[in-house]
Design a protein around this ligand. Structure first.
Ligand code: PMP
Length: 421
């Protein structure tokens, strides 16, 4: 199916060999929620805890210096992973959510006011909606949404029309939808937004695990992604920003580490990136994140994307052929490794539970995209999401299991159809 030696990589993920509660062999197809970690990530983290852990930046002793060195080297690895011009522009945050909230709280509060517009797509994750609603409540600015069309995407002329009409100060959009899988053209939309004077924030939570991220080529102003979706630890994510913008931005959280000087009368800020990293940072998580992005880079993001595309194509084809199953999303050429679907007459939670009895882990619900589901007139979907360690056999098991679930739980439509045949 692709030139990726999946069995070689699967050996790095012992968790993939386990069984589900039912005793069936696990097929982990819930990677859009969170991926698994290879041994190298777990080892890098436990190595730090076992051999050289201490708080960073503050101590002049061996362990602190070694930890600080590893923490700052991790920042360099992440900068390389996203092609950032400088590691000063890589800020470790709690995750994509924390990164976006930081921008809303600082850049947003400083730059938006009544009558200003923030443009989003209807396909955004709540993490790229709610912080802007909160900003609107604080400042009086307005949030507007681009609709998706019946191909589950958004044409460039729709983007241009909205930019012309609304003149947004910020265009914040996801590089890849966590529900539909749709991949949006970041570079093109960024150029269009810049032509209209808008600042661009890209939510790369679903893009960074699967495709090359190049913040300079894309020319975006802000980027956010999460560690746990790129084979890294939970509790860490990245905020990237263009240097002049970050320099001008006021800090968000105050505390230790982010200051240059504190007096009884006030404080002055540290330089980038510490300015945005108040308190003890996620030291070991940063070390784990660096091991993760190095692991992905070693495989090659292009090879990862190609393998997932083929798996997605296979699953998408198979599911579309099942009577009573609708794939909710574009054709595989326009999406990453996500196949969301709706089974007529069966609630998504029941689909997911039935798949679990067969060892197949998928996610059911609104996937934190309630406005999108509302737009699609669906309350919930079932989502299978693939990663480079998944196999064709797992995609086949998914297709077969969905076929069985449809037959078992919603046979009436079939019977009626059979009777009338
Ligand atoms: N944006 C998108 C597109 C996502 O899929 C997610 C995670 N589901 C997030 C943002 C938020 O990521 P986190 O929960 O790790 O902060």
């Amino acid at each position: 199916i692709s030139d990726l030696d999946v069995s070689r990589y699967r050996a790095d993920f012992p968790i993939l060999d386990r069984t589900a509660a039912s005793g069936a062999k696990l097929a982990f197809l819930d990677n859009a929620a969170s991926t698994q970690r290879p041994n190298s990530v777990v080892d890098a983290m436990s190595d730090c805890y076992r051999r050289y852990y201490a708080n960073v930046h503050r101590g002049i002793h061996t362990l602190s210096e070694e930890s600080t060195h590893a923490y700052e080297q991790s920042r360099k690895s992440v900068a390389k992973f996203i092609a950032a011009p400088s590691d000063r522009q890589v800020i470790f945050a709690g995750g994509a959510t924390a990164a976006i909230n930081t921008v809303a709280r600082t850049w947003g509060d400083a730059n938006l006011g009544p009558d200003d517009v923030i443009l989003l797509t209807i396909a955004e994750h709540h993490a790229n909606i709610v912080p802007w609603h909160q900003l609107a409540a604080r400042t009086g600015c307005r949030v507007e949404f681009l609709p998706i069309d019946d191909q589950f995407t958004i044409a460039d002329d729709v983007v241009v029309e909205a930019l012309d009409r609304l003149k947004p100060k910020l265009f914040a959009f996801t590089a890849a939808s966590n529900t539909l899988g749709t991949v949006f053209p970041v570079k093109r939309w960024t150029a269009l937004a810049h032509d209209h004077g808008a600042t661009v924030l890209v939510d790369a939570a679903q893009a960074a695990p699967h495709a090359v991220v190049d913040v300079q080529d894309w020319d975006i102003d802000f980027l956010a992604f999460s560690g746990h979706k790129v084979c890294g630890p939970t509790g860490i994510g990245v905020l990237y920003g263009k240097e002049p913008i970050l320099d001008a931005m006021p800090p968000f959280m105050g505390g230790g580490g982010m200051i240059h000087k504190v007096t009884t009368g006030g404080f002055s800020c540290a330089e980038l990136p510490e300015k945005f990293e108040a308190g003890t940072p996620p030291i070991v998580e940063a070390i784990g994140l660096a091991a993760a992005v190095e692991y992905l880079a070693d495989i090659g993001l292009d090879r990862i994307a190609a393998h997932e595309h083929r798996l997605c194509q296979h699953a998408d084809d198979g599911l579309r052929q099942i009577d009573g199953v609708d794939v909710v999303g574009p054709t595989p050429d326009h999406k990453g490794g996500i196949v969301s679907f709706h089974v007529d007459g069966v609630h998504a939670h029941d689909v997911s539970q039935q798949l679990d009895t067969r060892g197949i882990a998928v996610r059911a619900g609104h996937h934190c995209t309630m406005p999108l589901h509302h737009h699609l007139k669906l309350s919930a979907t079932t989502r299978a999401s693939f990663y480079f360690y998944n196999t064709v056999e797992e995609a086949d098991r998914l297709i077969e299991a969905v076929r069985e679930v449809r037959q078992k739980f919603a046979p009436s439509g079939r019977k009626r159809r059979r009777r009338s045949e």
